[in-house]
Design a protein around this ligand. Structure first.
Ligand code: AMP
Ligand code: GLY
Length: 434
């Protein structure tokens, strides 16, 4: 079949890498893609929010399956755009409609949804400019720290953790009155701070049945030891050693099933990925957030562990036959180290030539491109997160060492990467999982 994949990050290169391994894939197109996808598929110079040009591409290239990587086109209704047109009745689509994508597109919606369905999450309330004074009063008695979240999409920047009530009050005013995050902060969710260790669980669903994909841990801060500003993600590890069978069974029972049942009872036919950001508080899972897509860089650690045919799984998801598929997961550990541009997550330069790619890469290493561009036969940097280097190993320790070693052999001016990806998890590895 012919497949069109939307997106341009490391997640999409990992999808493309896995899709092109399937005998079911005839031609893969990526819009807009990066230098990594260009090497294994056909990049189309079309933005992923440009639905009309995407529709032309679907027609021109006889696309059978559309796979949506990032959240923005989902929240803007890319699925609805195609399903509402008779001409695209046969197009298979992986990605929820706008109603389902609200799980990520509106924190107010997702919190209300969890409260309605008894899904464990931090207590919260939502305020608007009209209820600002109530919000400020609410903060007076709130335990510290206080978490404030812009309701809408804010490119991963919409969460502020305030250490004092004064800071929380100023932030609330900035968001609601001074539109700190534009339209996204027209509503603000104020919630209780959860303690524990974070991890992410990924669910693939066709609206009826589901598969739980390998879980992963992400490293969000720029600095070692989880210091400094937040980034899109500096690395990932899968599996997560403290997520043992008992914990994952609790996640399935108290979170995954109630989420899918809740969507169904609310009339939302959800087809695609649900990324559940979790806090593990002494063995009890709480939902921090939902995303309507896979994680990045988590995907770069999760997909190399999946042995099943990825196109078969995606197609079955879109067709509503996921129950007929099996999901096989390898026993190795994957560690992903992200190479980022100097200055990231602040200002950084693009266009730096990358060297050391593809030269004697060991068999257990895969280098996924994120912000890269193929230019005159060279590969140059084209974003903050440039490459994601994944190593598979028989233990966390060997995978960690291999990922770090490979990360060190690739170079571009200003390159930075964290040296401690997975280090915090070493304490959990002894006898904690097979
Ligand atoms: P989000 O944009 O919702 O992923 O939030 C970004 C990060 O803020 C999360 O990965 C957590 O580290 C942190 N965070 C969000 N909500 C909470 C919460 N209620 N308690 C503690 N940390 C939180
Ligand atoms: N790595 C976090 C995310 O994809 O949102």
């Amino acid at each position: 079949m012919n497949i069109l994949l939307l997106g341009s990050g490391g997640r999409e290169h990992a999808f493309a890498w896995k899709i092109t391994q399937s005998p079911l894939c005839r031609c893969l197109f990526v819009a807009p893609g990066n230098a990594g996808t260009a090497a294994i598929a056909t990049n189309l110079p079309i933005g992923y929010n440009d639905f009309e040009r995407l529709a032309e591409a679907v027609r021109e290239h006889h696309i059978d399956l559309l796979v949506v990587g990032p959240e923005e086109p989902l929240v803007r209704g890319v699925r609805d755009y195609f399903t509402n047109q008779e001409a695209f009745r046969h197009l298979l689509i992986v990605g929820p409609d706008a109603a389902g994508a609200q799980l990520e597109g509106s924190k107010d919606f997702s919190k209300r949804f969890m409260h309605r369905h008894g899904i464990p999450t931090a207590a919260s309330r939502t305020f608007t400019a009209e209820t600002l004074s109530e919000g400020l009063t609410y903060l007076e008695t709130h335990a510290l720290p206080i978490v404030l979240k812009a309701d809408g999409l804010a490119a991963g920047k919409g969460v502020i953790i305030a250490e004092t009530r004064n800071e929380a009050g100023e932030t609330l005013k900035d968001m609601l009155v001074h539109a700190k995050f534009g339209e996204a902060s027209r509503k603000v969710v104020i919630e209780q701070f959860l303690r524990g260790i974070e991890l992410s669980v990924f669910v693939l669903t066709d609206g009826t049945s589901y598969k739980i994909l390998p879980e992963a841990k992400d490293y969000k801060r720029i600095g070692e030891g989880d210091t400094g500003p937040n980034t899109g993600g500096m690395g990932a590890v899968s599996p997560v050693p403290f997520a043992d069978e008992e914990f994952l069974a609790k996640v399935e029972q108290t979170i995954v099933r109630p989420t899918l049942d809740g969507l169904r009872t609310e009339g939302i036919h959800y087809v695609g990925f649900i990324f559940i950001g979790l806090m593990n508080d002494h063995g009890t899972p709480y939902v921090i957030e939902y995303n309507a897509r896979m994680g990045d860089p988590e995907t770069e650690a999760v997909l190399p562990r999946i042995e099943s045919d990825w196109v078969a799984l995606l197609t079955a998801t879109a067709r509503g036959t996921l129950h007929e598929e099996s999901l096989t997961i390898g026993s190795q550990t994957a560690v992903t180290t992200v190479l980022v541009a100097g200055g990231y997550p602040g200002e950084y330069e693009k266009g730096q030539e990358i060297s050391g790619l593809g030269e004697n890469t060991p068999e257990n290493i895969t280098v996924f491109h994120a912000g890269t561009l193929a230019q005159d036969g060279r590969v140059v940097t084209n974003g903050g997160r440039v490459l994601a280097v994944t190593a598979l190993g028989d233990s966390l320790e060997t995978a960690r060492a291999a990922s770090q070693e490979a990360a060190a052999t690739i170079n571009f001016a200003g390159k930075q990467f964290r040296k401690d990806i997975g280090k915090d998890l070493m304490q959990f590895t002894v006898n904690s999982y097979q």
